[in-house]
Design a protein around this ligand. Sequence first.
Ligand SMILES: Nc1ncnc2c1ncn2[C@@H]1O[C@H](COP(=O)(O)OP(=O)(O)OP(=O)(O)O)[C@@H](O)[C@H]1O
Ligand code: SF4
Ligand SMILES: [Mg+2]
Length: 385
Amino acid sequence: MRIFGTSVNAATKITRQYHLLARRLTRMTSHENIGPENTLVGHKTSSVDLGFAGIADGEPLVDVRGLQVHFPVTRGLLKREVGRVKAVDGVSFTIRKGEALGLVGESGSGKSTIARCLLKLTEPTGGTISYCGTDIDQIDRRSIASFRRNVQAIFQDPYSSLNPRMRIGDIIGEPIYVHRIASSTADREKRVQELLDLCGLPRNLAGRYPHEMSGGQRQRVGIARALALNPGFIVCDEPVSALDVSIQAQIINFLEDLRQELGLTYLFIGHDLSVVKNLCDRVAVMYLGKLVELADSEKLFADPRHPYTRALLSAVPIPDPVAEEAREHKILPGEMPSPLNPPPGCVFHPRCDLAYGECRQTAPNFEEQQPQHWVACPVVHAPVQ
Ligand SMILES: Nc1ncnc2c1ncn2[C@@H]1O[C@H](COP(=O)(O)OP(=O)(O)OP(=O)(O)O)[C@@H](O)[C@H]1O
Ligand code: SF4
Ligand SMILES: [Mg+2]
């Protein structure tokens, strides 16, 4: 979601939506009585209820099977359904504990919708999402508190996701207060200071407001708030897209350091493929509500198989000007169709230069064509090495 190019009213509305979302995440489960087993920075686990601690690094932490999110489009006073936006249409993947999984794709391909489902902010139309082996749709009332602590989010625009009327110390301390982690105000303040230290922010920022800070500092506050509940899994929805390039690098390095130090797991949504390549162990590519390719980062960037992935990667500039001049750039014709009326068969066929008759009728399976390398295109099937 970008504020550039929108009217002032639209931008204000988006800003409001962002921090309503952030607050909703913090406030949900506030009525739950949460046990004092929570610890803060430096500890790798916080959730006992969901069995987070029992999952070894590299084992599946999040498992998404056949996820569908179809938004009904209604018209008239009676709100008659006239269509469905197929924002996510049959997506399956796993996120392993300790890894950073990248999710890339054009604007409108369904990335944030997946993120919202993983955060339990959007109800899927179909499919399942398991966290620590538990279907998040079936989580009971006590475990939901544990889930909310353990699964956190960092949003694209830090300014919009921070309440402009709250001081930084209160913003970071709010989840600690809501989830009753600190035993006293002094304890809460001490924890806020630890988080400021961890995120490389001066302690005196606690008394300031978001508008008194730079974009990079604001995103660090957003990260500190996400870490306040000592999570295990963080959904990062384009966390650096709104920042200057130099600040982007700092935040990416910081996220990577945090992952190593705290044993965090990320779903990292991004537009900038070079950023995704640097941070993520594996990358999933999305097109019009479907996954088209998923592989280890190095493999995907060295040997992209799906025609859409190839086109995406060919648009990424390389630092060597001679090599950049010499290489072929694949320009995709047209635009991504509307998810309200996706094309039949392979949804990519109207823009694919390899498309043949069958592609217009039959949707390709998302197949493991090589070990740990899934592709939704039978045409580019390479022999197993
Ligand atoms: N609540 C909603 N009601 C109807 N349609 C929606 C809703 N939320 C999202 N969509 C539609 O679903 C599709 C996917 O949206 P989504 O925000 O997930 O895309 P995205 O990949 O995150 O895009 P971007 O890169 O621009 O953030 C878009 O066509 C969007 O208009
Ligand atoms: S299935 Fe057909 S249309 Fe789809 S990516 Fe492969 S070749 Fe292209
Ligand atoms: Mg998005």
